[in-house]
Design a protein around this ligand. Structure first.
Ligand SMILES: [Zn+2]
Ligand SMILES: [Zn+2]
Length: 332
């Protein structure tokens, strides 16, 4: 195989590195086979990154689409009255696909050169030890959560909200597919939180493998889709790890517009007091559960509480939208 545009082929890279193929795990062997099959490592990484994102994102959405179609699961729906229609889901899918092809695909293509620039391993096998990967992924989770908290709060500032973030808030009762339903600028801004952690880490430590980044992205996609699912099951992660945000936390952000700006963890909202309304709401739900109400009475009371929270949210949204670049409120 010839080198393309001055970049060595995968075959040349493996030969030059003296890679020993005799002691690889099944996955490592497939990894090397992929790079050797595609030949050009830039295309191999770009294609793998794009396919991984599409397969994991839509693959993770499928169970939620099925769950939404089954009334059995309604008892765990956070906003039971708001089930997305197939039309709504299809409209959302089209928009998300458009954004994936028009915004993410061109950016993903830059990923291999950028990864290489910062010293990230891509085609190399074997992979690092799983303990090493787990520690790196833990750092990416914490970094992304912090980045997202501040960037998301900034997106709730008048001009940024009106021009960018309002699209994501179209659904006051989100569903899995709505996780990446957002303005292209928002995809770029909030996507930075996912990618900047690995890039920064690699710039300093120079010992990161892209397979670790892929595992991180898979987990991050699961987190994002599940947080938008609209369901809180007794076995949901936040009931096992109390600091995990989960759907119950982010669903409130969509319903009430205020509070709960972080992604994976609850600690930043707690630290900055941006969970006060949420915690009060949860207290009221807990108190309501202790009242021994009939299912009909409970449902009616829950509907009333949700309506109040949502209306308060609409007022908060209208207020945010009144702010202009000068920071002054426009007189109506
Ligand atoms: Zn928001
Ligand atoms: Zn959201």
């Amino acid at each position: 195989m010839n080198s393309t545009a001055g970049h060595p082929t995968a075959y040349q890279l493996y030969a030059n590195a003296g890679t020993d193929f005799s002691n690889l795990t099944w996955l490592e062997a497939q990894w090397a086979a992929w790079y050797l099959w595609i030949g050009n490592p830039i295309i191999a990484t770009g294609l793998a990154s794009f396919l991984l994102h599409e397969i994991v994102y839509f693959g993770r959405c499928i169970p939620w689409i099925i769950i939404d179609s089954m009334p059995y699961f309604r008892k765990w729906k956070l906003q039971p009255g708001k089930i997305p229609t197939p039309q709504e889901q299809w409209e959302c899918t089209k928009q998300v696909l458009f954004s994936h092809f028009m915004v993410e695909l061109p950016v993903i293509w830059l990923f291999h050169p950028m990864a290489e620039y910062f010293g990230m391993s891509t085609w190399q096998v074997p992979f690092p030890a799983w303990t090493h990967q787990a520690a790196q992924i833990a750092f990416f989770f914490v970094f992304e959560d912090m980045f997202h908290f501040f960037a998301h709060r900034a997106l709730h500032w008048g001009p940024l909200y009106k021009n960018i973030h309002k699209i994501h808030h179209k659904y006051s009762a989100p569903f899995g597919l709505a996780a990446e339903y957002a303005h292209p600028a928002e995809v770029m801004i909030l996507g930075t939180g996912t990618i900047a952690g690995p890039i920064l880490y690699c710039a300093f430590r120079r010992d990161l493998h892209i397979v670790t980044v892929y595992i991180w992205i898979i987990l991050r996609l699961f987190q994002a889709v599940d947080a938008h699912s609209g369901y809180d099951f007794p076995w949901s992660l936040q009931h096992i790890l109390p600091f995990w945000s989960g759907a119950e936390h982010h669903d409130f952000h969509h319903m009430a517009f205020v509070n709960n700006f972080s992604t994976s963890f609850r600690w930043f909202d707690h630290l900055f007091g941006t969970d006060d309304k949420y915690r009060e709401y949860r207290k009221r739900v807990t108190a309501m559960k202790k009242l021994n109400l009939s299912p009909e009475e409970y449902a009616a009371m829950e509907r009333k509480m949700m309506l109040e929270a949502e209306q308060e949210g609409l007022r908060a949204e209208a207020e945010v939208e009144q702010y202009s670049f000068t920071g002054k409120k426009k007189t109506a």
